[in-house]
Design a binder for this molecule. Structure first.
Ligand SMILES: [Zn+2]
Length: 64
């Protein structure tokens, strides 16, 4: 058993979190306009485009 890096297998789609620089994983079924979350810090993004992946950070609005 060696240590294999299967990180980039197939068509792994992921965005880049602008808050923590972590991966924002995109499931195969997500479509433009869906909300995805950073797996690292939980920041939420709207998927603006898939090819290439473009994400827009959802900024939390303060409670009124
Ligand atoms: Zn993050």
């Amino acid at each position: 058993m060696g240590k294999r890096n299967k990180r980039y297998e197939k068509e792994h789609r992921a965005g880049r979190c602008e808050l923590c620089d972590g991966d924002v994983e995109l499931e195969f079924y997500v479509e433009r306009g869906d909300v995805v979350a950073c797996t690292n810090c939980g920041a939420e993004y709207v998927l603006k485009a898939l090819q290439p992946v473009r994400l827009k950070l959802i900024e939390e609005e303060p409670e009124p």
